[in-house]
Ligand binder design. Structure first.
Ligand code: NAD
Ligand code: DAU
Length: 340
């Protein structure tokens, strides 16, 4: 099976490539990645050493390049596409929505069009629970919950989902959409809450908590998400949307206190800062359809997943330092300057 994975040098994409090589013998992977600030080829050093040129090929490029994408699909006889490539950080989308429109919407359309021309067997669009908007204190998102995105990021992801749906309805392209809750685990870029928390706490820097810290996310260990994407790619029904969640709803402040406790750091590091504009209050996922149709459930509870995650970051402080480039430091400084 020849699979084009886009955005494979990012957090979830690199975990997915690791997961596939660990669990499947019949896959060849082409990884197309633009290597933005969030993409890091070193996330796959072991895969390159073991499989490069044979079962694994890296292509440095943009999903928005139609000739490149069509060339990859034809030359490598791609029969499956998994689109992870995206601008993924909500705060950055508030600062500047443009790259989110370019990559998440136009880039997805470029891929869909190339997949249509090639006639692929499956196209899996990796999406997010954020397309559903925000929940009150009760209930969970199901696949039929109306889309109501609140940030430029989630609006761009919802737009891509609708384009994918349209390519299924209009052209019959076998599209599957997966929507997942908040991932955590190895290789997550330290602008996101959990790795930022680890990074700041390790060096005794303040932990910024937005608003009252009572916003709730449903946390899923990244490997469980990868397992779901692999199962949906193999056995998902074309045209179907599948929700994935971790059964681990937690308020941000509780996450922060838990991790500080595990690191033996004081709660005095917590700094409440101005809220994120349009901040969704609560996410929770009903993933019973994925359980019923794919046989998927998450394997990790939060306690197990966060222990493994903290161990990984503790052993990989060099990785953490290397990804904190000048661009990263400038973004973080300016963003948190405005939130004081
Ligand atoms: P990430 O920011 O860590 O990685 C994104 C990757 O895409 C990077 O390697 C980057 O270089 C690449 N990329 C960006 N623009 C590109 C372009 N134009 N062409 C080619 N490559 C490009 O993101 P992530 O957290 O790994 O998220 C991956 C996908 O999963 C995204 O589509 C995101 O919306 C979705 N998702 C993420 C989460 C989460 O909790 N992180 C949850 C649900 C869904
Ligand atoms: O729900 C899935 C989504 O999860 C994905 O689609 C996104 O790509 C991914 O970035 C993530 O979005 P969030 O905005 O939920 O993740 P983030 O880690 O940025 O924030 C998690 C929560 O923590 C959110 O309520 C905002 C809050 N937060 C975040 C940061 C970075 C803080 O309180 N302080 C912070 O410094």
């Amino acid at each position: 099976m020849n699979i084009l994975v886009t955005g494979g040098c990012g957090f979830i994409g690199s975990n997915f490539i690791h997961y596939l090589f660990e669990t499947r013998d019949d896959v060849n992977i082409i990884n197309l990645d633009k290597l933005t600030y969030a993409g890091n080829r070193k996330n796959l050093t072991d895969i390159e050493k073991k499989h490069a040129g044979e079962r694994y090929i890296f292509v440095h490029g943009d999903i928005n390049d139609p000739e490149l994408v069509a060339g990859i699909l034809n030359v490598h006889e791609i029969d499956r596409v998994v689109n992870f490539a995206a601008e993924s950080h909500v705060d950055r989308s508030i600062n500047d929505p443009s790259p989110f429109i370019t990559t998440n919407i136009n880039g997805t359309q470029t891929l869909l069009e190339a997949a249509r021309q090639r006639g692929v067997a499956r196209f899996l669009q990796v999406s997010t629970d954020e397309v559903y908007g925000s929940l009150g204190p009760d209930g969970r998102f199901s696949e039929t919950t109306p889309l109501a995105p609140n940030s430029p990021y989630s609006a761009s992801k919802a737009s891509a989902d609708l384009l994918a749906r349209a390519y299924f309805k209009t052209y019959g392209i076998p599209i599957i959409i997966t929507r997942c809750s908040n991932n955590y685990g190895p290789y997550q870029f330290p602008e996101k809450l959990i790795p930022l928390l680890f990074s700041n706490a390790s060096s005794d820097q303040a932990i910024p908590v937005y608003g009252d810290g009572l916003n709730v996310r449903d946390w899923i260990y990244v490997r469980d998400h990868c397992k779901g994407v692999a199962m949906a790619l193999e056995n998902g029904i074309p045209g179907q949307v599948y929700n994935f969640g971790g059964n681990a709803e937690m308020a941000n402040i509780d996450i922060v206190k838990t991790i500080l406790g595990q690191l033996g750091k004081p709660e005095s590091l917590i700094h409440f800062v101005a809220d994120r504009p349009g901040h969704d209050k609560r996410y929770a996922m009903d993933f019973s359809l994925a359980t019923k149709e794919l046989g998927w459930t998450p394997d990790h509870d939060f306690a197990t997943g966060i222990k493994e995650t903290i161990e990984w970051y503790s052993k990989n402080k060099k990785w953490l330092k290397e990804v904190q480039s000048g661009e990263y430091r400038t973004f973080m400084r300016n963003w948190y300057q405005d939130r004081k």
